[in-house]
Design a protein around this ligand. Sequence first.
Ligand SMILES: Nc1ncnc2c1ncn2[C@@H]1O[C@H](COP(=O)(O)OP(=O)(O)OP(=O)(O)O)[C@@H](O)[C@H]1O
Length: 683
Amino acid sequence: MSTYTTLNIEDDRTSANGITLSFHDVRYEVKQKLNDVPICGKTGMKDILNGVSGYFPPGLNAIMGPTGSGKTSLLDVLAQRKDPRGLKEGLVLLDNEKPPEDFRLMSGYVDDVVMGTLTVRENLAFSANLRLSSKRFDKQAKKDKVDHVINQLGLQACADTLVGNEFVRGVSGGERKRVNIGMEMILDPPILFLDEPTTGLDANTANLTVLLLYKLAEGGRNVIMSIHQPRYSIFTLLQRLVILNKGDIVYSGPTDASVEYFRNIGYSCPQFHNPADYFLDIVGGDVNTAKLIGNLNASQEDSAEASDPKVKEAKLVDAKAITEAMTADEEKDNSRYLVDSFAKSSLAMVESQRLDEIKQIFFSNTGSDHLVARKNVFPGTNYANGFFKQAAIVTRRTVINMVRNPMLSIAQVALQVVFGVLIGLIYYQSDTSFESGIQNRAGCFFFVITWQVMANLSALDLFIRNRKHFIHESASGYYRVSVYFIAQVFADLIPNRLFPNLIFSAIIYFMIGFQRTVAKFFFFVLTLFATAISASSMAFLVSASVRLFAMANILVSLPYILMMLFGGFLANTESLLDWLAWIKYVSIFRYGINALTVNEMKGLVFIDNSSYPGFNISSPTPCLSTIDHTLIPKCTTGETYMDMQGIPYGVWETWENLVLLGSIAVGFLLLAYIQMRRVNKFK
Ligand SMILES: Nc1ncnc2c1ncn2[C@@H]1O[C@H](COP(=O)(O)OP(=O)(O)OP(=O)(O)O)[C@@H](O)[C@H]1O
């Protein structure tokens, strides 16, 4: 049995031997646009890794190369984070065997995904609570683990400081990087992947960060990072190096041997020059500059004239000019030369021998005689904790997040109060006169429902806001998609939709003077709740489907407008185009307006005061009598109005509106959940 299969991710398992990761003939391609025509433009496949091979033993290892050379892609393929559909061919092995199914759970992948509204300790505790099994780690053990990681990463001074985000000042960039590493160190993973961990850090902080990684690699952990241009002090810490250029390997081997290797193929790294910079000059196309720097250095040793700064500068200017004048063919030739040189080098022979040995062991164990592209890398997840435990932890974080960032909730309540008072004043103590009683009520219901739908546009942000966190955490096996979905939806619906709605209802109901019975008031509140939930659910669906808020806004506007049009207030739904008539059956506006109308209009009598001033509508209701027409004022009932509008007002029909609003909400929530499950968790 291999080392990794015997490892348990919950053990403190920085084993003395560690795990060797090897990759064999990895070919990766991506779909790309061939022209600038939007949407229906031609697409084609682009190779971004051209059959690369190598291995990383325990220790600090790096993938280097100029921008766009494929560093991140290779790192992601090795970490099983890259979309497997692009993997044309290749094999990644851990200690001569295929990685276990839960490889992404046992390995650490560092990304910038700490939550800014939580403290350093709270972020680490979130990772510990979800990723360490409660059966093996009790509360205290998890707390100890968090403390251990805080000490290990030197985060004691900022342990209880908020990490910070665009609104709140938090820890420094270097500390933030360390917290991100800490999120993975909670698992004590045998393999740790990092994509450009020094990017955005000043030289000293970058140095300290890599020193920390070096320490983490001591004792057998395999730390693999992509890095663009390490400074010399970082370069010397690297055990093995893979240098890529345009998806090809131009060097793979011990870092110690790299300078000599490049000297052997004609690129002599000058003294006092950072080899990493020099290698990048070579592979990045500044080949003449690199060569000239080498020559310059050599000539400096035997010529006093060459050490003259003016001469030196002139030569560098010449080199740059030559580089600029270098044709595409020459650049191609240089790339080819570097790739071929490595392929034919004695170092490559040794590497290849080692890789062949690994493959032989793998093939003899599995009986396979060919390289297998692994298409199925996210097969199943064995979560460390059960559904309810996960739900409690994720909900807690969502609530803390909201409490510490309460702007949205406060704005929702404030808006509902302001609009409530405004609507209340506009329709203040509406009478039951023939002239305005019906019109005011009908207008008010339309306005209230429209407001309930529009006020929930902020729900569009729900799954867009923390999408990056969701993708990383879900791919790393923190929690089930359903847990995240439920936690987010409830933490949004209750404080941002239902609570403000209750305040809004209480304000307008009594200011306008709707029928004062307890049952009618609660039915009114229930209708607004149902409307808000259905409208929000639709917004959740859009939010789960797109990445941009602006796009979400555009997508949700059209259905809202159509639903409004088919709501029954702006146009008679029977007279609208037949082929669009179905929209009325899914119109949130229609069910909301109908429910409010039945609730209020049923039992009301509207009197024409102008024909009979001072008439009191309280019983007996003379308008229903036909004894003497001349004395009876013009009047109508709420029921007559509803008959004219085609609004059914039986008991079941009244409740049916709420049932249908609920069904729309459930339907949209279900679709939103499916969309969240479909979110691409690969890079
Ligand atoms: N999913 C993708 N879709 C389209 N192109 C992609 C995708 N992933 C990678 N590429 C392309 O593949 C090439 C290599 O990308 P990659 O990010 O691996 O390079 P890199 O060396 O890490 O670059 P950098 O240092 O700039 O991050 C680039 O040209 C990139 O645009």
